[in-house]
Design a protein around this ligand. Structure first.
Ligand SMILES: [Ca+2]
Length: 468
């Protein structure tokens, strides 16, 4: 299941460009999202960041300021996915049945030991938020390059705030590193990148969003579990309804837990009886660490290394399925970009070259795969890993990105897939969304014309395809 984070309109497509698969996952790789980027693209980023806590050392995280923009109404149009449950008439019909749909979930709620009083209290007055249907099927024309994306996420202001957070909550980070063996800088990076340190979380009610998605649209079964899990959290008293606000897909809190993820990973670190991953830094830091630990985090190891490739490198090896030991990579001529020695030559790693021959390459370790479980997009995981290294005092990447390259438009991405399909290289359904299948098809085409098979979708590759 690839819905980990809340999904957020434009950024979903940004991340799609770097996700690891085509159609099968693309449906909900667009479940990937970062609350603050939602704000960024809807123009509410400029609000001032509130102070994270009181100077005297209060452990309360302040709530983000209320959004001043009125919510946009539903477009009333058919969804772009073409799914039968996303047509305007299907959406209207499901919306008219919303109250019955919510009420029909009572037996499932009872099986989860939610009391009737809680069910009635938390579902009273619930209405659907149909704008979510537009966001769910959003297919933006333009996406960002990985370097633009990294520039937005890894910047001096956010790093400075991260260092303040690490100092302010040092006792909590110390305790969590001891208890879970998860690097504090990774947790601080997730906190910073998911919500810009609690200042950009999203302001939709999780209960309303998940109820809407459980009763309307193309992912009802998935979101029924999220909705019922949200009710469980409220019934148990871990969080209050007003704390459970976030992205349209139901992720909430500074590190963007989905309700089901909360159930798997949330812990009560300060022992007050509530797992408060929204306003209690001890619970937030410990729960995020527990999430990474349960997903396979290896204590004391990095996420990966920037590497320099030899001049005539076979880019077909840059593949998540082709992991080798660091020693084997060294035999192929790879070196760390910093020229330092690799700490552990027996570690297994795979090679990621997001911009192909023109950009930096990275050897990715087990912990990178764990970050990808948190949010299944390579650009996201790379941003988290790099942000953590910078918080630790590390330097920017050594190699530069091909900033002269422009991103292909949606129409061009579609055309590129269609041309690759016509030539027998692409076996997926052309949909303008790039993933592993597109990358493989591009590599095969590049190899067939004698250029480095790096799978990078440049405008030159599209020109070559058009010209054939
Ligand atoms: Ca607690």
């Amino acid at each position: 299941m690839w819905v980990r984070r809340g999904s957020l309109g434009v950024i979903a497509a940004v991340l799609l460009a770097f996700s690891s698969a085509d159609a099968a996952h693309a449906q909900f790789t667009s479940g990937t999202g970062l609350a603050f980027l939602d704000n960024l693209f809807t123009g509410t980023l400029s609000k001032a960041s509130p102070p994270m806590g009181q100077p005297g050392g209060s452990t309360q995280i302040q709530s983000p300021p209320a959004a001043t923009n009125a919510p946009l109404p539903w477009s009333g149009e058919d969804g772009a996915s073409g799914h039968p449950l996303m047509t305007a008439s299907a959406i209207r019909e499901a919306a008219a049945n919303f109250d019955n749909c919510v009420a029909s979930m009572w037996p499932d709620a009872a099986r989860r030991n939610i009391s009737q009083a809680s069910f009635q209290r938390f579902t009273a007055g619930l209405t659907p938020d149909l704008r979510i249907m537009d966001l769910m099927d959003s297919q933006p024309e333009f996406t960002k390059s990985i370097w633009d994306y990294l520039d937005i996420l890894v910047n001096d202001n956010r790093l400075a705030r991260g260092r303040e957070i690490l100092a302010q909550y040092k006792p909590q980070f110390d305790a969590v590193e001891r208890a879970f063996g998860v690097d504090r800088y990774i947790i601080a990076a997730i906190w910073g990148i998911e919500s810009n340190y609690s200042t950009q979380i999203g302001d939709r009610s999780v209960l309303q969003s998940t109820a809407t998605l459980a009763c309307i649209g193309r992912r009802q079964n998935y979101f029924k579990d999220e909705f019922l899990s949200a009710l469980e959290i409220l019934h148990h008293g871990d969080l209050r309804p007003e704390q459970m606000r976030g992205s349209w897909a139901g992720a909430f809190g500074p590190t963007q837990f989905m309700p089901t993820a909360f159930k798997r990973y949330a812990v009560d670190a300060d022992g007050d009886g509530r797992r408060d991953v929204v306003d209690d830094p001890a619970d937030l830091i410990a729960s995020t660490a527990n999430n990474l630990k349960k997903d396979g985090w290896r204590a004391g190891e990095s996420w990966g290394y920037e590497v320099v490739l030899p001049p005539t490198f076979n880019y077909m090896l840059a593949d998540r399925a082709k992991a080798m030991t660091i020693a084997q990579w060294e035999q192929l001529g790879l070196m760390r970009a910093t020229r330092q020695a690799f700490p552990n030559p027996s570690e297994k790693a795979y090679l990621l070259a997001p911009a192909g021959v023109q950009g930096p390459a990275f050897l990715m370790l087990q912990n990178f795969r764990v970050i990808m479980k948190y949010n299944p997009a390579e650009a996201y995981a790379l941003a988290i890993g790099h942000f953590a290294d910078r918080l630790r005092g590390g330097a920017p990447f050594v190699q530069s990105w091909p900033r002269q390259e422009r991103e292909l438009s949606r129409a061009e991405r579609l055309e590129l897939q269609q041309l690759l399909a016509q030539r027998g290289f692409y076996r997926g359904v052309p949909d303008g969304q790039f993933g592993g299948l597109t990358r493989e098809a591009l590599r095969s085409f590049q190899a067939s014309i004698g250029t480095p098979a790096d799978g990078f979708a440049s405008s030159r590759v599209l020109d070559r395809l058009r010209g054939q």
